[in-house]
Design a protein around this ligand. Structure first.
Ligand SMILES: [Fe+2]
Ligand SMILES: [Fe+2]
Ligand SMILES: [Fe+2]
Length: 435
């Protein structure tokens, strides 16, 4: 019982890739910030717990950035408006009790050393990890072209030097300048080997609690859904419908939990889609449809690395595939669509039909029945799962309509928990069931 059970590192990696997708312009931003921050943290001699917080906060620090417009703003070296996404990131992560320290670090990750910050902090009042992340973050933003030639890195170094004692703690700048002298510091930031290096520098982070994993996925579902006011509860709804369907289909409680997690993250690839396309009120152009259709491809590749949840990418990312092979983006057919993937597809369609969209209102029961029955008889979605849902229409409709907003559901989630600790045995079983 005292053994650590769930390794969080892979989940943190996947979520950081998802956050990076908000702008395709700064891919690997979170990983690079983590790499620089951990190097500085190691020179200072931070202990394991401090490195853990530094790593998680680095990997998730821009979780509060909502739009690509806001993302553009953070590329401005010393924009005073960056406290907005820092505070939003704090608001999201402080809902997870285990992540309180991480949330605080994120709140201050754009605080200037000299003061003049909205939150009123200055110098040593700013958490050390926030100071480190701010410096690492600006280094990566300045190196946006990722060229790392002598000429390019000299410009970055000069700019950071100029800000020593004003934007940044000069002691940290000195450590950075020392590290940045070697060519390898910059080469490490190139794609080829940086994942490997990051792995070497990262402490292994374990949790006893599956609830921490669920809470993190809830937070991410909120980040995904807030891209559109029309789908602000979509991921939670799909997850809940899928869990109920899986229960009725006879899935074990642990499998039900797994499908719930897959549901929360099924649209994580949507973070790569510009909100102008997602929220477009009129008809989409062919190119826009093409862009939208790529989202499950991203979902698949982001979730593939979740080693603690083998197979989650298939349950989550096949929700636009069809049994007759006419879905997207992989074009697989009934041979490759497991029951879990079929449940997710039915849950997504039911939820989408009943929700309001920019171009139409949520549909009434007779239209939902008509469309879903047509899809089932046309060989697109599973007939048995569709019948199960439609036979319990009122129940499922109630489930979809009663989902609360992320922030108001936090307390209920906390209160409604029976057990927060998973026994090793059941966790191992849970992994097996998922394959
Ligand atoms: Fe930021
Ligand atoms: Fe950043
Ligand atoms: Fe989707």
């Amino acid at each position: 019982m005292n053994k650590p059970l769930i390794k969080l590192n892979h989940l943190i990696h996947s979520l950081s890739v998802g956050i990076d997708l908000v702008s395709s312009g700064i891919l690997r931003h979170h990983k690079n910030v983590a790499l620089i921050a951990l190097k500085i943290g190691n020179v200072i001699g931070l202990d394991k717990k401090e490195l853990e917080v530094l790593f998680i906060a680095s990997m998730l620090h821009d979780i509060g950035v909502v739009s690509q417009k806001e993302r553009k703003l953070i590329e401005v070296y010393d924009s005073p408006r960056n406290y907005i996404h820092a505070c939003e990131g704090y608001r999201i992560l402080k809902s997870i009790p285990t992540f309180n320290d991480v949330a605080k670090v994120i709140r201050h990750h754009h605080d200037k050393w000299i003061g003049d910050n909205r939150i009123g902090t200055k110098e040593y009042e700013i958490p050390l990890a926030s100071q480190i992340i701010f410096l690492a973050d600006r280094v990566d933003i300045l190196s946006k072209q990722k060229k790392y030639t002598h000429e390019a890195t000299s410009i970055v170094i000069e700019r950071i030097k100029e800000s020593s004692g004003t934007l940044f703690n000069s002691e940290l700048v000195d450590i950075f300048l020392d590290l940045a002298k070697s060519k390898s510091f910059w080469l490490d930031l190139k794609e080829n080997f940086s994942d490997e290096l990051l792995k070497e520098l990262t402490p292994e982070i374990y949790t006893y609690s599956l609830d921490v994993v669920i809470d993190l996925c809830y937070a991410m579902a909120y980040v995904i859904d807030r891209k559109s006011p029309f789908t602000s509860k979509h991921s939670q709804r799909v997850a809940t419908v899928a869990r109920e369907l899986s229960r009725l289909m006879g899935f074990s409680p642990s499998e039900q939990r797994q499908i719930f997690l897959a549901g929360l993250l099924h649209d994580i690839g949507k973070l790569a889609i510009p909100e102008e396309i997602i929220n477009k009120p009129g008809a989409l152009t062919k190119t826009e449809i093409d862009i939208i259709m790529s989202h499950t491809y991203y979902t698949y590749h982001i979730l593939k690395h979740l080693k603690d949840f083998p197979g989650i990418e298939k349950w989550a990312a096949f929700h636009h595939e069809k049994l007759n092979g006419k879905g997207y983006p992989f074009g697989i057919d009934y041979h490759d669509m497991s029951v879990g993937a079929r449940i997710m597809a039915v849950s997504d369609i039911f939820t989408a039909l009943t929700e309001d969209r920019p171009y139409r209102k949520g549909m009434d029961e007779s239209n939902v029945r008509k469309i879903m029955n047509q899809m089932a008889s046309g060989g697109e979605i599973d007939q048995d799962i569709t019948s199960l849902l439609l036979d319990n229409y009122n129940n499922f409709h109630h489930i979809v309509m009663s989902i609360e907003e992320f922030f108001s559901s936090i307390e209920n989630r906390k209160n409604g928990r029976s057990s927060t600790i998973v026994e090793l045995d059941s966790w191992e079983k849970l992994k097996l069931n998922f394959q």
